[in-house]
Design a protein around this ligand. Structure first.
Ligand SMILES: [Zn+2]
Length: 434
């Protein structure tokens, strides 16, 4: 399985967000298909909306075919990496110092490797899982899935027929917290919710003119004012169910006051270290200006000025968020959505959650699963849109001092070999009892 993860990393599947420069997905998908076919799977290869955007699907029949299938999804693309910044080449897949190194090591060729290893092990061993398993290896997650999951859901619904639940990335990893008696507890955070992702274009239109004259009605000034108001705004604190449950569990274990109603909940969170950067971003909506565009000459006042704002909106907040944004923008700035992917939230209960719990406990008696919300987006957004109940559960047992959050899209991305072995065992246990 470590070899599979290394091999996957050696495919440079950098997703630049542009069709012309994104590469490697087809080659990686064909290789994955070959690994599956070698052990007897029939695979379906699909290109999602543009040449080279390769996806692979395979199904393993379960004992009770009347039950809804479980989808296991992993994306093959990665964000780009600049080799000069790294200690090892980002596409080497090197195994050294107990880690597998490279772009995608935790996002998410680790999980893809585990899925592939188990798919092969099950087929070879004639294993029949309790229900159908659908393995999906996908393109374009890192650019929102327009040429991946979102396209597949819209154009190939047949691929998802009979699937009721799904498990994917950014959950299942351990977070070690101190207990009052001096011991530690490993919390395995399961993603049960995602904030919405909404990229917004702002346009101010006003009177063009000569840069040397008196001129009150300037599009650049109007836009800059609005961008500044929005960028400096703090949206209200809203503790959703997933976040409240996470905070209560952390409070339980640490003996510290993580009362979701506490006004200083953000101060408390900061004490948790790395994870606070992930959870902290799920307490409020955010709107971060990221791009500006205006003008073409120093002495010409342009007619329009544009900005792009990256908005992340909590479940249930979209309408209230838009009202708040409109008030901040004022009458002179128009807004439109470039990309809008809705939030989702599911409850942390039921048979599948019990199976995750049991799988973790079977391999880590000191573990406890807790739900949490992701501030970012994954392919789960597309699957939730067609009624599939989604979780992030790509199990890894991490060293307590590893700054896991910093490794996502970071330099020297790497995954502990032991964490991969642990994760594969947990995932196997889970799939045999799902
Ligand atoms: Zn990812």
């Amino acid at each position: 399985m470590v070899g599979l993860v290394s091999a996957l990393i050696r495919f440079d599947t950098s997703n630049t967000g542009e069709l012309e420069t994104t590469r490697g997905e087809r080659e990686a998908a064909e290789w994955v298909a070959a690994q599956l076919e070698e052990v007897g799977y029939e695979t379906t290869y699909v290109e999602s909306g543009a040449p080279g955007r390769g996806n692979v699907f395979a199904r393993l029949a379960g004992a009770d075919r009347s039950r809804g299938a479980l989808l296991l999804h992993g994306h093959l693309d990665v964000v780009p990496a600049e080799p000069a910044d790294w200690s090892v080449h980002p596409f080497s897949g090197a195994v050294a110092d107990g880690y597998v190194w490279g772009r995608g090591a935790i996002d998410m060729k680790d999980m893809v490797g585990m899925m592939l290893a188990l798919a092969r092990r099950f087929k070879r061993g004639g294993v029949v899982p309790p229900r159908d398993l659908v393995f999906a290896f996908l393109a374009d997650e890192e650019a929102g899935g327009k040429y991946g999951s979102q396209w597949l859901v819209d154009n190939r619904p047949d691929l998802f027929e009979g699937i009721s639940e799904a498990v994917g990335e950014v959950g299942g990893f351990s977070l070690t917290v101190p207990r009052p008696d001096g011991t530690e507890r490993r919390l395995y955070v399961v993603e049960t919710a995602e904030k919405g992702l909404a990229w917004m274009r702002l346009t101010a239109t006003a009177r063009p003119g000569h840069g040397s004259f008196l001129h009150e009605d300037n599009a650049v000034t109007l836009l800059a004012d609005a961008v500044s108001r929005l960028g400096n705004h703090t949206f209200p604190l809203v503790v959703t169910d997933s976040v409240a449950e996470f905070l209560r569990a952390v409070g339980d274990e640490t003996g510290l006051d993580f009362d979701p109603r506490s006004p200083d909940i953000e101060g408390m969170l900061a004490k948790l270290g790395s994870i606070s950067r992930i959870v902290g971003a799920t307490l409020r909506d955010t709107a971060n200006p990221t791009m500006l565009k205006a003008g073409y000459k120093a002495n010409v006042i342009p007619q329009t000025a544009e900005a792009v704002v990256d908005c992340r909106v909590l479940p249930g907040r979209q309408a209230a968020f838009e009202r708040e944004v409109d008030e901040l923008l004022g009458p002179h700035v128009r807004r439109e959505w470039i990309t809008r992917l809705d939030s989702y939230e599911t409850t942390f209960d039921g048979d599948l959650v019990d199976a995750m719990n049991a799988a973790v406990l079977a391999h880590d008696p000191n573990g406890r699963t807790v739900p949490y919300m992701l501030s970012g987006g994954t392919d789960a957004k597309a699957f939730a849109r067609i009624g599939i109940r989604c979780f992030g559960f790509a199990p890894l047992q991490l060293p307590p001092d590893l700054d896991f959050a910093a490794l996502f899209h970071g330099v020297d991305e790497r995954v502990p070999v032991d964490a991969l072995k642990f994760g594969t065992d947990v995932l196997e246990h889970f799939l045999l009892h799902c």
